[in-house]
Design a protein around this ligand. Structure first.
Ligand code: ZN
Length: 656
């Protein structure tokens, strides 16, 4: 493991703009830098980099963090990978701690898995090119397909014989362990080869490392599976992989278009014919992860599929996913009985290129036309089909695009445009509601998890959240809670006043609210304040740096939000959240005033809650609970006194 000292050094040294600038064009705006967000699709920049705070924040999609988080998010690095990347960039020597052996072992283990796969790829290649069986069976199959030797080499094509354990023996003889061979399922549980008597295709990841294999039988026996794939492993998660992406990514980016086909041989044939911007979803219907992978290189997707109804249906679900992610999707339907492989061989490069241009049609319009043809005499099927098209259109995030489709489809289907718009709006609403519920559920799950997590910083002031407080409720108080977090993050470390330079704003705030810490609406804010309190109690004064680099992602995100939100004061702030601010013009310089004000409002509201709870308890007490009743009445007086004093200071008119 990387030592804490090194981690700190890297975090202190890495500059966010250096890291981000390698991926995003930034231009200066005031003290910040602004660019188009690499994490979501946008036309006007809302991605902000603050060199002073050393963080980035997107006001469109909400992503934000320090340089390490940027790399983790953008390049799917793990935390240590991002640290190592930065260490290299800034010439920082990495000091490993005691556990480095474990870490190295783990790293070596993963790397050794790649090496095992590399061995297998080479082995299959060698079998194809240098053995009699490989030459006569495998090679003649590939030659029949018209594959050149270059192509075979480039894609790592190979062959495995019917010998039951030739690969396993060859690999173990070279020192690869049976354990790792089994982990990758190159060897089965009986110590025999997993792949036998097949031509082999190697599946590479984005950086060209072999992660899995597919074997195709050359037998015509229907009982034998045509393709056998490596099962999923640590290296291979099927839904995230696109076959051919390593060899195609450059062309996809350059041509700003990705062709999607179904099979391995389609990818290879198209490549050889000069169409290098092609990937295959290899059997599965397109997944969200796969679409995201394509989206890293282009927005434009052209799907080639079998022209029959079954092919269409299979393509449908994946297409919806692509539309939802705002890809521009076109489809090319192939003549019945042809696949891209056979079609390109039949037409040749120029002919196929012409064919693609001529046949590519917009997916939704194509679907509409197909519906018209297939349901001419079946009104029920037609009506179902129309609903399906409407829900597809409703998936498109861009309103302009939707409007165009509605117009064209309504015309094609001869439906009143108004009716079509109404139905689309209803479907949109359903989608939004579905997403909203999903988000709520996620939040609830996260909140429940947080409530269950052991809290190291528990103390007598802080009770465990109870009842509905464990849920991520959206009470009115959340804004006040957020305001407290904002003050602590931005100014907690500053001296409270000139008169009392030894007390920090953070200490002042906590001292004043510690008796109401059990009354939080939002568990995230509660966790944050508790963490803050824990640090203060331990004699430390946490600052922005502490929170931005905190190991708890929720705390980190809160700190980033609070420190980079475009200052949340606005003319309607008071009306919306009944918070008065006397410090409109330059809030950063007036935190003391803000802190006082926010704390008072926060506390006022929480004291009211305590009063309500206390009243409820009094009402529920039985006459014999005389001691408890006395206690509650005393508490009531005390709480009322605090509330009235706060009310006076805040000029709130009290009615009771
Ligand atoms: Zn964004």
């Amino acid at each position: 493991m990387i030592s804490d000292k090194t981690v700190q050094l890297i975090l202190d040294t890495a500059r966010v703009q250096d890291v981000v600038e390698e991926y995003v064009n930034l231009r200066k705006r005031g003290a910040n830098l602004l660019g188009l967000c690499p994490f979501h699709n946008e036309k006007t920049p809302s991605f902000t980099v603050s060199p002073a705070k050393n963080i980035y924040k997107c006001f469109g999609c909400g992503k934000g963090g320090n340089p390490v988080q940027f790399l983790m998010e953008h390049d799917s690095f793990s935390f240590p990978e991002a640290l190592r990347f930065l260490a290299q960039k800034y010439n920082i020597e990495i000091e490993e701690t005691q556990q480095s052996d474990e870490y190295l072992q783990e790293k070596q283990r993963k790397e050794s898995l790649y090496l095992v796969n590399q061995f297998a790829e080479d082995y299959f290649k060698n079998e194809l090119i240098h053995t009699d069986e490989g030459k006569s069976v495998g090679m003649s199959y590939f030659k029949d397909r018209g594959y050149l030797l270059d192509t075979i080499e480039k894609f790592g094509l190979g062959y495995c014989s019917s010998n039951p354990d030739k690969l396993t023996k060859a690999a173990t003889a070279k020192g690869y362990t049976l354990e790792s061979l089994k982990e990758l399922r190159l060897t089965n549980n009986y110590d025999k080869d997993f792949f036998r008597d097949r031509v082999m295709f190697t599946i590479h990841n984005l950086s060209g490392k072999p992660i899995a294999f597919a074997g195709r039988t050359l037998k015509t026996d229907k009982k034998i599976a045509k393709y056998v794939n490596s099962p999923e492993s640590e290296l291979y998660v099927k839904s995230r992989v696109l076959y051919g992406v390593y060899h195609s990514k450059k062309a996809i980016r350059k041509l700003d278009e990705c062709l999607l086909v179904e099979g391995y041989t389609d990818v290879i044939s198209l490549h050889q014919s000069g169409f290098e911007n092609v990937v295959a979803s290899s059997g599965t219907s397109l997944t969200e992860d796969q679409v995201r992978l394509i989206k890293r290189f282009t927005q434009n997707l052209k799907i080639l599929y079998d022209g029959d109804a079954a092919g269409m249906k299979a393509a449908d679900r994946g297409l919806n996913i692509a539309l939802e992610q705002d890809m521009n999707v076109k489809v090319v339907s192939l003549p019945i009985g042809e696949d891209p492989d056979s079609q390109v061989r039949k037409l040749g490069s120029a002919g196929f290129s012409e064919f693609l241009d001529k046949e590519a049609s917009d997916f939704i319009l194509f679907k509409t036309k197909l519906l018209l043809d297939s349901t001419a005499n079946d009104p029920i099927a037609k009506s179902n089909g129309i609903s399906n098209i409407i829900s597809t259109i409703a998936l498109i995030p861009d309103a302009m695009k939707r409007a165009v489709y509605i117009k064209e489809c309504a015309q094609l289907l001869q439906i009143d445009e108004g009716v079509f718009i109404d139905s689309t709006n209803a479907a949109l609403k359903k989608n939004v509601q579905g997403k909203w519920t999903e988000r709520k559920n996620q939040e609830r799950r996260a909140a429940n998890q947080a409530a269950r997590a052991p809290e190291a910083e528990q103390n007598e002031f802080v009770q465990k959240p109870q009842g509905n407080q464990t849920k991520a409720s959206r009470g009115k108080d959340e804004f006040k809670e957020k305001d407290i977090v904002r003050i602590l993050v931005n100014a907690g470390h500053m001296p409270f006043s000139k008169e009392e330079p030894d007390i920090s704003i953070g200490e002042f705030v906590l001292a004043n609210i510690s008796d109401v810490l059990d009354k939080f609406d939002n568990p995230k804010y509660e966790k944050f304040i508790k963490t803050y309190k824990g640090e203060l109690d331990a004699g430390k004064q946490p600052g922005l740096h502490f929170f931005i680099n905190h190991k708890d992602g929720e705390i980190r995100d809160l700190a980033i939000d609070a420190s980079s939100s475009p200052f949340e004061y606005s003319h309607n702030w008071k009306d919306k959240h009944d918070i008065t601010l006397r410090t409109q013009p330059n809030p950063e310089e007036n935190f003391m005033e803000d802190a006082l004000q926010s704390v008072k409002y926060f506390k006022y509201s929480k004291i009211n809650k305590k009063i309500e709870d206390n009243k409820k308890e009094i009402a529920s007490l039985k006459s014999e609970d005389i001691n408890r009743l006395q206690h509650c009445l005393k508490l009531h007086q005390k709480l009322m006194a605090i509330r009235n004093e706060l009310g006076k200071q805040l000029k709130i008119v009290l009615l009771d």
